[in-house]
Write a protein that binds this ligand. Structure first.
Ligand code: UGA
Ligand code: MN
Length: 255
């Protein structure tokens, strides 16, 4: 069974190294992955097209821009506006169309943001999901690890510091679903107008899920297989000074 992985991505200095070394190398080793990369852009960039064709992975390259008024401004709080919403929905649109015509509902869907770190064993856990799997995510929600709370092997709540009252207090990186479930709920998607932190809950509720449906993975949610890392912006002060004088150190090169 294939794992369809949807990755929103946007142009920035670390985009190529993140997509290549954090994601594509892991996906190549994991095997059986179809990578759906959705650029937050009004066109498909050659940088992303080039790196995708080099991966040797089966992939789909899409794009959809986030309008300016939906983008977080520098003065706004990190959680003021959700990111990647239109891109994940565009990935879902393509995937549903693909599954419709392929007639093969034996597969999984996972949302992999473009700067997290993924352990290969995560993909083995995804392949044994029946409908929906959940597991811990490190370095998210301002704690070392956010994780589901278990009682007698069942998920009864969430060990998180921020908004524990959410029905599904799980990061985007902390769950995957079967594509059959996705096709049974054609309306399930993400929505810009949800309160901060509620994208995952909104999507999972759209799939008609309840806490009791969640299948704990990663050794009953005791193992960390994904890290919500963030790549530090490189310091480019000298580059900007040079640019003003007409010099670009990366002229004729793709970084
Ligand atoms: C956290 C969550 O882990 C994300 O799933 C959630 O989308 C995000 O917050 C949010 O604020 O909505 P965080 O590391 O803060 O993640 O966010 P980013 O990694 O910067 O962005 C999430 C995804 O959206 C990434 O794959 C990124 O490439 C993409 N993105 C970001 C865009 O497509 N466009 C943008 O303008 C910014
Ligand atoms: Mn991130």
């Amino acid at each position: 069974a294939l794992i369809y992985i949807v990755t929103p991505t946007y142009t920035r200095p670390s985009q190529k190294v993140d997509l290549t070394t954090r994601l594509s190398h892991a996906f190549q080793l994991a095997q059986g992955i179809h990578w759906i990369v959705v650029e937050d852009s009004d066109h498909k960039t050659t940088l992303v097209a080039n790196l995708l064709s080099r991966t040797g992975l089966p992939y789909t390259h899409l794009h959809i821009p986030t309008p300016g008024h939906m983008k977080r401004q520098p003065h706004e709080k990190p959680w003021a506006k959700p990111r990647g919403v239109l891109q994940r929905n565009e990935g879902l649109r393509w995937l549903r169309e693909e599954l419709q015509s392929s007639n093969n509902l034996d597969g999984f869907l996972y949302f992999a943001d473009d700067d997290n770190g993924y352990d290969l064993e995560l993909f083995d856990e995804i392949r044994i999901i029946k409908r929906v799997g959940v597991w811990p995510v490190a370095f998210v929600g301002e704690v070392m690890v956010e994780k589901p709370l278990l009682k007698d092997g069942k998920i009864v709540g969430w060990d998180v510091a921020i908004k524990p009252e959410r029905e599904f207090a799980v990061d985007m990186a902390g769950f995957a679903v079967s594509v059959k479930l996705l096709m049974d709920h054609p309306e399930a998607k993400f929505d810009f107008d949800q309160p901060p932190g509620y994208q995952e809950t909104y999507f999972l509720k759209g799939l008609g899920l309840k806490k009791e449906d969640m299948e704990p993975k990663a050794k009953n949610c005791t193992q960390v297989l994904v890290w919500h890392t963030k790549t530090k912006e490189p310091v480019l002060i000298q580059e900007k000074i040079l640019n003003r004088k007409g010099k670009h150190t990366d002229e004729g090169m793709e970084v």
